[in-house]
Design a protein around this ligand. Structure first.
Ligand SMILES: [Zn+2]
Length: 70
C-alpha cells in the first residue's frame, strides 16, 4: 500500500533530514516539512528526498529502512 512521504526541512543534530510517512508521531508541522510524494517503499521516498537535501535519513519509527540498505 502506498503512503504519503514527507522530509523534515530541519536537519537533526547529525545533519540528516529525516523522511516520515503521513501519520508518524514525529512528523514535522506543515511549515516544517516538504511533501515528497506517494511511494510503496520508504527507500523510494529517501531517494527523492536526496534531490532536496544531500544528507537524508529515514525515521526509525515509521520507516524501518536503514540508509546502508538503500
Ligand atoms: Zn517518522
Amino acid at each position: 500500500m502506498a503512503s504519503y512521504y514527507y522530509v523534515d526541512k530541519n536537519s537533526k543534530r547529525d545533519g540528516q533530514h529525516h523522511v516520515h510517512t503521513k501519520g508518524c508521531q514525529h512528523l514535522p508541522t506543515l511549515a516544517q516539512r516538504q511533501f515528497l510524494g506517494t511511494f510503496y517503499h520508504s527507500r523510494h521516498a529517501v531517494k527523492v528526498a536526496r534531490y532536496y537535501y544531500p544528507q537524508v535519513g529515514s525515521c526509525e519509527d515509521c520507516c524501518q529502512v536503514q540508509l546502508g540498505k538503500v
